[in-house]
Design a protein around this ligand. Structure first.
Ligand SMILES: Nc1ncnc2c1ncn2[C@@H]1O[C@H](COP(=O)(O)OP(=O)(O)O)[C@@H](O)[C@H]1O
Ligand SMILES: [Mg+2]
Length: 240
């Protein structure tokens, strides 16, 4: 992990949905080149936090700061810098993988789209399916294409909400290989997960979001093995 300062900072992010306070002054920093995992129980507010950060939802209050610059509402800057993979794939069912990637390539003003899309489809193992409309694809195949879509624009920040959910072992291995490759390239990654094995394998630091609040953070130094991390989590969540 390279410590080169802040890539992304959230300050006092609050979100009210209906009459419920879902996020309560969430503040956190994602350092350049680090992988931060956000974990927490179901309903803690993780996906809400994710959507507010990537611009799918408007936070009720709080600031999003990317590389020291405060982001304005619906900023193109967020869209350019943050590649995100949430519960929705943002893919078009009637289009083929190639057509989906070309569509997003144009949207993100990607250069050499054809070449890049072909390479990415090989990378995610969809090369043989590239001309088939994706409506018949399995969850794993969709997720592979969604990953390719996110990588197309070469974002500096990757935000992933439960990316391993519903994937078979082979697809999990592929996803982790891609994440590790991005880590080597210096991409800053924020991963939301409740899969402790994956979190322990991938993250440099882990933070807990519980009942809409960030409660505790731990650096995954070499002495924190998987059982220790699980104990830390169980204790932290039981206390609050
Ligand atoms: N559109 C909505 N309106 C009202 N409450 C919502 C809405 N979406 C989510 N919630 C509530 O917000 C809380 C946090 O949900 P979510 O962010 O999806 O949690 P997590 O991803 O940690 O499981 C839950 O209690 C959920 O019921
Ligand atoms: Mg969620």
């Amino acid at each position: 992990m390279k410590e080169l300062g802040n890539m992304l900072e959230l300050k006092n992010m609050t979100k009210i949905l209906g009459d419920k306070l879902i996020l309560k002054n969430v503040s956190l920093v994602l350092n350049k080149g680090e992988t931060l995992a956000v974990i927490g129980p179901n309903g803690a507010g993780k996906s809400t936090f994710f959507k507010c950060t990537v611009g799918l939802l408007q936070p009720t209050s709080g600031d999003i700061i990317i590389e020291g610059q405060k982001i304005q509402k619906n900023s193109a800057e967020i869209k350019r810098k943050i590649g995100f993979l949430g519960h929705e794939s943002f893919l078009y069912n009637t289009l083929t993988p190639m057509e989906n990637l070309k569509f997003y390539g144009k949207l993100f003003k990607v250069k050499n789209i054809d070449e890049k899309a072909t390479r990415l489809l090989k990378e995610v193992g969809l090369h043989y399916f590239k001309e088939i409309p994706i409506r018949s694809f399995s969850r794993g195949m969709m997720q592979r294409l969604a990953i390719a879509r996110v990588l197309l624009a070469e974002p500096d920040i990757l935000m992933l909400d439960e990316p391993h959910t519903g994937l078979d072992q082979e697809a999990v291995a592929l996803l982790n290989r891609i994440i590790k490759q991005k880590q080597t390239n210096g991409t800053s990654i924020l991963i939301i997960s409740h899969d402790f094995d994956q979190v322990h394998e991938l993250a440099d630091r882990v933070t807990i979001l519980n009942k809409g609040r960030i409660t505790e953070t731990i650096q995954l130094t070499s002495d924190i093995d998987l059982p220790k991390m699980k104990d830390w989590y169980a204790e932290a969540v039981a206390q609050k």
